[in-house]
Write a protein that binds this ligand. Structure first.
Ligand SMILES: CC(C)(COP(=O)(O)OP(=O)(O)OC[C@H]1O[C@@H](n2cnc3c(N)ncnc32)[C@H](O)[C@@H]1OP(=O)(O)O)[C@@H](O)C(=O)NCCC(=O)NCCS
Length: 229
């Protein structure tokens, strides 16, 4: 039986969060977001609050239909509603962190938010907020199915998709028609990361087929017209 992507329901929240936490366990961002380690129950509770109240965020699970197990998850922010008031608003805070820990995390998230504001601001678009496949089930096509599902929605809306890729994610995105941006780049300095070398976060955009081959940069130069003229 194949893998299938379905909307994630509130009752899926435990397995969806566990999939996310297992996949991101060794990702560098986690030590900034959760410097004292992840409190699984807090994470589940905060995620549930968001699922109940946020009207922009759409969650999906990828299920192995042989076992019924959740093997992957994706969270999409879909800015499709009319009017600028429904666009993305740059966060002002990281509510669960304080003092030095907050400062440290803001040095990572702040530039990420600035670039996103510069590139998309209030424009209609899809943002892939999280994509995760449980390490026991990676390289079986779940990640591809989850991204393809978002692409179908983006195609219906005729909107671009934006995300900050991880190193393992970049191959997947490129093979699904995303372009890596080179005119705008996000590079974290070694001293901010506490590593020996600077690290680039690949920024990727997938333009819809309605844009007829226009690159994101060209679209910007023409004023981000939603008819892609
Ligand atoms: C990135 C991730 C979602 C990919 O999920 P997946 O289910 O393993 O991916 P798929 O099996 O659908 O593979 C899709 C393509 O990506 C490639 N790929 C997957 N994992 C890869 C890795 N670690 N390194 C390089 N390429 C990888 C596969 O080779 C495949 O390409 P192919 O079809 O040409 O062979 C998964 O590795 C993951 O959750 N990683 C940790 C969290 C993360 O980085 N999330 C992405 C944030 S942007």
């Amino acid at each position: 039986m194949p893998l299938v992507v379905l909307p994630a329901l509130l009752q899926d929240i435990g397995p969806v969060c566990d999939t996310f936490l297992a996949a991101f366990k060794n990702e560098p961002i986690m030590k900034f977001l959760y410097p004292r380690g992840v409190d699984r129950d807090c994470h589940v509770e905060a995620t549930a609050e968001q699922w109940k109240h946020d009207s922009i965020v759409y969650n999906y699970k990828c299920v192995d239909t042989n076992t019924g197990k959740v093997v992957g998850m994706a969270t999409w922010e879909i800015y499709w509603q009319p009017g600028n008031e429904n666009g993305w608003k740059k966060p002002q805070d990281i509510p669960w962190l304080e003092g030095k820990e907050k400062e440290r995390c803001l040095r990572i998230l702040g530039p990420m938010w600035d670039v996103r504001e510069q590139l998309f601001g209030n424009r209609h678009h899809l943002y892939l907020h999280a994509l995760a496949v449980h390490p026991d089930h990676q390289r079986s096509g779940a990640g591809r199915l989850l991204v393809q599902q978002g692409i179908e929605i983006a195609e219906q809306l005729g909107l671009p998709i934006y995300t900050e890729s991880s190193q393992p994610g970049i191959h997947l995105y490129k093979s699904l028609g995303f372009e890596k941006l080179n005119h705008v780049r996000l590079i974290h300095k070694a001293e901010v990361l506490g590593e020996e070398q600077d690290a680039e976060v690949p920024l990727v955009v997938r333009m819809p087929s309605r844009a007829k081959g226009l690159s994101f940069r060209e679209w910007g130069e023409r004023g981000y017209n939603e008819n892609y003229a």
